[in-house]
Design a protein around this ligand. Sequence first.
Ligand code: ZN
Length: 328
Amino acid sequence: MSGGPISSKFTFGDFALSCHPESRCKARSISGHLTSAALLIIIACLISSVTEANEPPAIEVSGTIDKLADAILPLWTSRDPPVILYHLKVDSGDLVVTIESYNSLFAKRSLYKENCVASGWEKLIDCDLHMIDNLIDRFALIGRSTNDRSQTARRVEYRRTLLMWVLGHELGHVVLKHGLSDYDEIKGMHVFDAAGQAKELEADSYSIKVVGNIDTALPSAYSTILDITNALVRKAVCPKTFPKLCSAMPIGVGLIFDYTPGAQSIRVAMTGSHPDYVARFLRILYESARATSQESSLGIVSRQAIELLEVEDSAGRWISLNEALAPK
Ligand SMILES: [Zn+2]
């Protein structure tokens, strides 16, 4: 699912050539001396510049993360989507992050399929929008009972909010200088991988910072997280009737669990039910309620849910979510 390196860097004599596959190529002089290798690089870059001249001009975006999502939505099925230069303020000053978003079903170039990848040192995010549509379908977020028009409207809203979360997460990797990281839905989340876990959870916390907490974010941002979490739990509890409910699942609003005393733990299998998403999204809900008006409601319920869930680790053992998320 994840591809090769996001870019290649070559050093010839006095020049360093940095090439992003298929799209950009930059040469910089280190000492100012021209060598034959350097001339070759310049020629290569001139050819690349001609190619770039045919590309659509970059779109400049600044402001909150929803503005970034709104700039990408109209490009969803574009064959040749422009690069987006996202300007944001960080503690150390102004930062510009290059965002290459495309839909691998439609775009003539798609470097990564079903994945979003951040490269901290290049300040670059590369993202296949088809991954977002896949998440919407796999979690059965759009009910079948609604008519075509409202289904389309709901898909656009889910695209927007999921983009905010995914890009917020990837921006976290860039701002926190994590190097190369991906959002691969099966293995790239690294939640249960000790080496990758800390960075993934840090990037999730950063996404709350840019999307907002439960009091300050757009309501749709958290209803999407709730919908996905509920869908995953429903899939675990009612595998035969999913996406429909079964009698084992309580009916309710908000985060839906059986959190009465003595409730059975909910085992979310590693295969097919994306335990990494349940773990991470519950943690996002819990963190987002901290020091807000919902600390004593959503904050407590999400903590109870975290305590009730068991997930399968990479060795096939059932462990509590707390254990799975504990710093290793
Ligand atoms: Zn990540």
